[in-house]
Design a protein around this ligand. Structure first.
Ligand SMILES: *Cc1c(COP(=O)(O)O)cnc(C)c1O
Length: 357
């Protein structure tokens, strides 16, 4: 039996989206391939309210995270982490020999604009990374407030990880002053895993030109130059199947209407949070709750693996806590193409299994 996924990636993918991946191949040097990548880029620019160029990467989101910090740090990077995915960016810097400092907060808390201001005012940094939506803790960082601070530092390339939020909540890239906004296909966009997408601003282009060793496969400047010089082509062979599905799914998303889509995500999030408050507790700081997933504190000390096993027999799957939060929390993703009815159905089963009154 297929288990319907309520985990924060990969997510349920609509059958008609999956079917797009079964279409016959086209040559990746063809006009059709250029047109396909061009259409995807136009729709991503609408989704992100941006004028920046759009890069595709046949990798998961981590690929573009690594490519961004490596391609665009000329001096030193400041990594702001609120959980496992924030820290991943620091590990990428260290393993690529990129000078970087890690600024961390306790898991469950958010980054404050003051933290960023204090770090940047040292003048040491020319790139920062921020996680918009931390999937390990269910925290959504206050990117509007952060934007107001980052704008005072025009030399800084701003990288934002929106892997688990793009498609589920508004991310107006240009208003936020983000240079490299990164997402993956398998989360709130509602596609199979295997592709990543980012914006690449003029500032990012100019910075990358100053960085001598950008790697090869994940050299974001090379991805950009192929788009500019070869009319939306990709330097190596991309996953054309993902591109078919992405083109189609972005069309669906725009037809649903962005406002409707974000409202649907907010409704699901509010419902899950209220449910969590009634039966357990919400893990993240109340002022910074994610619209795409909820981390729930295991106040009843339930056996999360056993709950998931029993849910599996009913055709559902949720997520245990991430890393050190395993068994102390569990996570319910309410993203991509789920709706409130799906969420109610899932929570009904959990109540039934746990015999919650
Ligand atoms: C899933 C996730 C990642 C990693 O993305 P992959 O596509 O699995 O490489 C990074 N950041 C956040 C916030 C995520 O949720």
């Amino acid at each position: 039996m297929h288990k319907r996924l309520f985990i924060p990636g990969p997510v349920e993918v609509r059958p008609e989206v999956l079917q797009k991946m079964a279409k016959p191949m086209i040559g990746h040097r063809s006009k059709d391939a250029s047109a396909l990548q061009g259409r995807i880029s136009d729709k991503m620019r609408v989704l992100w309210s941006t004028q920046h160029e759009i890069l595709l990467s046949t990798s998961s989101g981590s690929g573009l995270m690594e490519g961004a910090i490596r391609s665009c740090t000329a001096r030193r990077a400041a990594v702001f982490s609120v959980g496992a995915f924030g820290k991943r960016w620091f590990e990428m810097a260290v393993s690529n020999n990129i000078p970087a400092d890690l600024y961390e907060v306790e898991w469950g808390k958010a980054i404050t604009p003051d933290m960023i201001d204090e770090a940047l005012s040292s003048g040491k940094y020319d790139l920062i990374t921020v996680t918009h939506n931390e999937t390990s803790t269910g925290v959504m960082n206050p990117v509007q407030d952060i934007a107001a601070v980052v704008k005072n530092y025009p030399e800084v390339v701003y990288c934002l990880d929106t892997v688990s939020s793009t498609g589920g909540t508004p991310i107006p890239v240009d208003d936020l002053g983000v240079d490299i906004c990164i997402t993956s296909t398998q989360k709130a966009l509602g596609l199979p895993p295997g592709m990543a997408i980012c914006t690449f601003s003029q500032k990012a282009v100019e910075r990358a030109q100053e960085v001598p060793c950008r790697g090869y496969y994940l050299d974001l400047l090379q991805l950009y130059q192929y788009i500019r010089e070869k009319d939306y082509q990709y330097p190596s062979t991309p996953s054309i199947s993902h591109m078919y599905a992405l083109d189609y799914q972005l069309q669906r998303i725009l037809e649903e209407g962005l406002e409707n889509r974000y409202r649907r995500h907010r409704e699901m999030a509010e419902y899950v949070r209220n449910w969590a408050r009634q039966h357990f507790a919400v893990f993240a700081d109340e002022g910074y709750l994610s619209d795409t997933l909820t981390a729930i504190t295991n106040t009843r000390n339930i056996d999360v693996a056993d709950l998931n096993h029993q849910l599996g027999e009913r055709g559902f799957q949720i997520s245990n806590g991430y890393g050190k939060l395993k068994d102390k929390t569990f996570r319910i993703a309410h993203m991509a193409d789920h709706n409130l009815e799906d969420i109610k159905e899932l929570l009904g089963h959990i109540e039934d299994i746990l015999q919650l009154g």
